[in-house]
Design a protein around this ligand. Structure first.
Ligand code: NAG
Ligand code: NAG
Ligand code: NAG
Ligand code: NAG
Ligand code: NAG
Ligand code: NAG
Ligand code: NAG
Ligand code: NAG
Ligand code: NAG
Ligand code: NAG
Length: 462
């Protein structure tokens, strides 16, 4: 018995020893190997594919100057899997420069524009890239491909999860092959005013069941009359950005609406054939942002309009430039949106009082009610006055004495107000005493919004 135990013991300890020795050895071996500068993670065939990619791109600012040595995994914009060495990510997005429009519009040759355009990659995308079979992430945004077509072979990356080719001056018909990217979660095709990207049908999107983010801003979808049944069937979708797409149909009674997890729905600047605000929108209970600016909406249908009670997560609600004659229906439930930060209902033909409704929404920062026919006495104070960055009430029929209200605004300890616009209402009142010389300002039919803004920010600076 005892002998057996001993034997066992010695057996197991020698086993341990062997294990230990071999571990130590492999550590030494690994270390030695690691320190050897010849060790290259990058896979040769993938390196060659990247070299082809580089050779076919124009690169005035030499952004790809590191693309020379053996280890393509250390090149800028290339990310490999640390164990397999396969290229997983290509991150060649340019700068999201805000001077883009300015440079275009004036065909500008000043140094800032020249430098911005030098930073952009251009030329053609080599078909060799399809050899990067393990690619998961491709970002070519903010470059300039001179309105050439999006290459159809992009549709053959079977593992692609993220594709961003926004603001890169691609043009023409979007290749339907992108619909083969069945693992895609993010598709950003966001374009701009100058682009002529278009799609005659969105059927190709129907198999992208894992898609969470879809941005087709400025893409011409005038002919894609099938857009709604296809898109509303994408059950994983969280963000849908479809502004300025030339859409004219938004069904009021679709048979099914399955994108019920949506957090962002932006359909602004589409001219939908005159219609009432569709009731199904109120079934999107997770929405945090709803933008229906300039959508050709003619009102709400009292029969199906359940009100905003059903969307407690809303933080941003923009419905500017539609017609809501029977506005009290639109306002139904607004007072329960306790997360609301941004509310834009400007130019909506609203006549019913609204400020009372919003009185308890403490988080509102941005409120634009301009260009309506609101007849309402200005309250003596707004409970959330210190949180406002923008309060635009121009072109309405607000009336009353605003002295006290202004006083409150100017007493905030850390005021955030950037725009306070009251022009062209029926207001009276005095500016707070702290204004010094400018003691009185007649706000009746006042057109001096700018002056007023200046005065107030001056006051806040003291
Ligand atoms: C792309 O690069 C390859 C060599 O890598 C070259 O043979 C081919 O002509 C290039 N094509 C274009 C369109 O520049
Ligand atoms: C891969 O290695 C690089 C460099 O050593 C490191 O920065 C990175 O975090 C690693 N990535 C993963 C997923 O382990
Ligand atoms: C862009 O395309 C146009 C015509 O399609 C061509 O004339 C022009 O040379 C191209 N510009 C560059 C920089 O390749
Ligand atoms: C995409 O899938 C279609 C079939 O749906 C197939 O005919 C086509 O070759 C595929 N395209 C690519 C680029 O893989
Ligand atoms: C795509 O790229 C643009 C420009 O770099 C960036 O602003 C945008 O957030 C990216 N989109 C996504 C979904 O990451
Ligand atoms: C919606 O998706 C389901 C299942 O994925 C499919 O059976 C149905 O045909 C789709 N409907 C439309 C209109 O695409
Ligand atoms: C507005 O509502 C009133 C009654 O509530 C109704 O008589 C009228 O037809 C409505 N007008 C519009 C344009 O919907
Ligand atoms: C301003 O917003 C904060 C949250 O950011 C809130 O707690 C506070 O009550 C608001 N202040 C006013 C005066 O409404
Ligand atoms: C407005 O109210 C202030 C303070 O409450 C008062 O001093 C002022 O006379 C009023 N102005 C008008 C035009 O009623
Ligand atoms: C003042 O109001 C009158 C009519 O109410 C209007 O005709 C005029 O344009 C307004 N003035 C300014 C400066 O807005």
């Amino acid at each position: 018995m005892k002998a057996l135990t001993l034997l066992r013991l010695s057996f197991s300890s020698s086993c341990l020893l062997i294990l230990l020795v071999s571990t130590l050895c492999s550590v030494c071996f690994c270390n030695q190997n690691y320190q050897n500068s010849d060790r290259v993670l990058c896979i040769r065939s993938e390196r060659l594919a990247l070299i082809d990619l580089k050779n076919n791109l124009t690169d005035p600012a030499k952004r790809l100057s590191s693309w020379v040595d053996k280890d393509c995994c250390s090149w800028s914009g290339v990310v490999c899997d640390n164990f397999t060495g396969h290229v997983h990510e290509i991150r060649l997005g340019g700068h999201d420069d805000k001077i883009h429009d300015y440079c275009y519009e004036f065909d500008n040759t000043d140094s800032e524009c020249v430098e911005a355009s030098n930073q952009k990659l251009g030329g053609t995308i080599s078909p060799s890239v399809i050899k990067l079979l393990h690619l998961r992430y491709l970002d070519l945004s903010c470059n300039d491909f001179n309105f050439s077509s999006i290459p159809a072979f992009v549709g053959s990356f079977q593992n692609l999860v993220y594709l961003n080719i926004s603001l890169s001056n691609f043009g023409g018909e979007i290749p339907h092959q992108l619909g083969n990217l069945s693992t895609l979660r993010v598709l950003d095709l966001h374009s701009d005013y100058y682009s002529n990207l278009h799609s005659k049908s969105l059927k190709w999107l129907k198999n992208l069941k894992g898609l969470r983010y879809l941005d087709m801003t400025f893409i011409d979808l005038t002919k894609a009359s099938d857009w709604f049944p296809v898109i509303s069937n994408l059950t994983s979708l969280l963000q849908l950005h479809f502004p300025v797409c030339g859409l004219d149909q938004l069904p009021s009674n679709p048979t099914t609406v399955s994108f019920t997890s949506l957090i962002v729905l932006d359909l602004s600047y589409n001219n939908f054939d005159s219609m009432l605000l569709p009731g199904w929108i109120f079934s999107l209970r997770n929405l945090a942002l709803l933008d229906l600016t300039h959508c050709g909406i003619d009102g709400v249908n009292p029969g199906t309009h359940v009100g905003f009670h059903s969307m407690p997560s809303i933080r941003t609600l923009r419905v500017s430039s539609n017609t809501f004659v029977n506005s009290s229906f639109l306002l139904n439930g607004l007072s329960s949106l306790s997360n609301l930060r941004v509310l834009d209902v400007s130019y909506c033909d609203i006549s019913s009082p609204i400020l009372g409704t919003l009185q308890n929404l403490y988080l509102i920062e941005y409120l634009d009610l301009s260009g309506n026919q609101i007849v309402e006495e200005m309250p003596k104070y707004l409970s959330n006055h210190c949180n406002f960055t923008t309060l635009d009430l121009r072109y309405n029929k607000f009336f009353g004495n605003v002295s006290e209200l202004l006083e409150r605004f100017c007493e905030c300890e850390s005021p955030k107000l950037e725009l306070l616009a009251l022009a062209d209402n029926l207001l009276t009142g005095q500016l707070p005493e702290r204004l010094g010389k400018l003691k009185k300002l007649d706000l009746y039919n006042s057109s001096c919004v700018l002056t007023f803004k200046k005065i107030c920010s001056y006051l806040f600076l003291i």
